[in-house]
Design a protein around this ligand. Structure first.
Ligand code: AMP
Ligand code: GLY
Length: 422
């Protein structure tokens, strides 16, 4: 089989690597890919959002299966377009991916189907939002509708902060719809699920670390590290999530006439009042994928093919009874401006301790790698305990060098299993 993976981050490296394990796979293209995928796939120099050129590439090269991973092409309807052209594709349709690309739609959907989430108030335009910010109950969570790559949310503790948040998130657009949500509190977990629209199979829960610096300080990033499973996500909570959130979501989507096939990622907050949905994502998370896929003990391609065929109930989906952790190494300055082109050393030595998933790297003709992005790479390691997984991970990270490299030193450190052991 020939497969095309759309995207170019650490997540896509992890997906391509998992797909490559299937012996039927002869070739993997990745568009646009990165230095890591260049080692075992063929990178195609087309942006993930350039759906016209992706279609043209597919019509010419006829991949047997296309895996669409990032949010933008899903929101643009890449899966619909490719399927209309008889190119078999993994991922939700544009209508199903709306759970991610419209926060307002997701909120209305949850209200309609009784799925627990924070209460909200929608303002259709800037004028209404400005007026509401001045009188809303605080604390309040202000969210711009639409895809914002994690930058569309501000938690405001006072009305002044709410007014400032509304102004900042509307980017001067007078027609920007804005949601104001009740603030929830509790630990956050990401639960990525395989679903064909009828059956839903959760992967082990993961925790992301979004802030740039130790102690959850500094600006929000795409994610600086993750670990899985998460101790606070107990079997009892998992059962509640299945009955109160996961199943009602896929049944609701089916009832709406937009069944969800692909990866449905629930961002949850475990409040004292039970688990609640913070948001839906219609795709694999980054860096959560880099910890959950190494735990998958079944064939990813077979699962994806079963999902597309609506036969997930027949697929084998098993996970290792281990722990996984990953630590992201970034360029100095990230998530603001950073330099590129720094030589990376120590990769081979570090591989003794884990898998290295590249994100912002480029492979040079001499086989060496240089930095080309903010999040450069991550080391992902397994262990019998979380402590052991983290130890392996940091051993690997300490061997990798590039000028200006930085990473968080406290990934996973707040997990209850580690605190209990102390
Ligand atoms: P989102 O883009 O909706 O996932 O929000 C980004 C982050 O904002 C989440 O990971 C939470 O930490 C925080 N957040 C979003 N909604 C709420 C809420 N209703 N209450 C508290 N925190 C929230
Ligand atoms: N880890 C956050 C995301 O993928 O959206």
């Amino acid at each position: 089989m020939k497969i095309l993976v759309i995207g170019g981050g650490g997540r896509e490296h992890a997906v391509a690597k998992a797909l490559a394990k299937n012996v039927a796979v002869e070739k993997i293209w990745v568009a646009p890919g990165n230095g890591g995928t260049a080692c075992f796939c063929e990178n195609v120099d087309i942006a993930a959002t350039d759906i016209k050129r992706i279609l043209a590439f597919c019509l010419e090269n006829r991949p047997d299966f296309v895996v669409v991973t990032p949010d933008d092409p899903l929101a643009m309807g890449m899966v619909d377009l490719l399927e209309e052209n008889d190119i078999p594709c993994f991922g939700p349709t544009k209508a199903a991916a709306r759970l991610e690309w419209s926060k307002h739609y997701a909120k209305e959907f949850m209200r309609k189907y009784g799925i627990p989430t924070a209460d909200y108030h929608l303002c259709e335009d800037g004028k209404a939002a400005k007026a509401y910010a001045k009188k809303c109950p605080v604390p309040v969570v202000v969210k711009a509708d639409g895809l914002a790559q994690g930058k569309g949310v501000i938690v405001a503790l006072t009305r002044e902060e709410a007014v400032a948040a509304q102004a900042q998130l509307s980017y001067g657009k007078s027609d920007q719809p804005m949601l104001f949500e009740t603030m929830l509190s509790g630990p956050e977990v990401s639960v990525l699920c395989f679903t064909d629209g009828k059956t839903i199979i959760p992967m082990p829960a993961a925790q992301d670390h979004k802030r740039a610096y130790d102690g959850d300080k500094g600006p929000n990033t795409g994610g600086m590290g993750a670990y899985s499973p998460v101790s606070v996500y107990t079997k009892e909570i998992a059962d509640r999530c299945m009955n109160e959130i996961f199943l009602p979501t896929i049944r609701g989507m089916e009832q709406e006439g937009t069944p969800f096939k692909g990866i449905l990622y629930f961002s949850l907050m475990l409040t004292s009042d039970g688990p609640k949905v913070i948001e839906y994502n219609a795709r694999f998370g980054d860096p959560e994928t880099q910890v959950v896929l190494p735990l998958l003990n079944s064939d990813l391609l077979n699962i994806m093919i079963a999902i597309r065929a609506g036969k997930l109930d027949k697929a084998k989906v098993k996970f290792l009874d281990s722990c996984a952790a990953c630590v992201v190494m970034s360029s100095e300055g990230y998530p603001s401006a950073y330099e590129k082109g720094k030589v990376i050393t120590g990769l081979e030595e570090a591989e003794k301790y884990g898998i290295i998933y590249h994100a912002g790297t480029q492979k040079r003709p001499d086989g060496t790698f240089v930095t080309s992005g903010g999040r450069v790479l991550c080391v992902s390691s397994l262990g019998r305990s979380l402590r052991q997984a983290l130890r392996n991970c940091y051993r690997g990270v300490e061997l990798i060098k590039f000028e200006g490299a930085f990473y968080r030193k406290d990934i996973g450190s707040k997990d209850a299993s580690l605190i209990r052991e102390e």
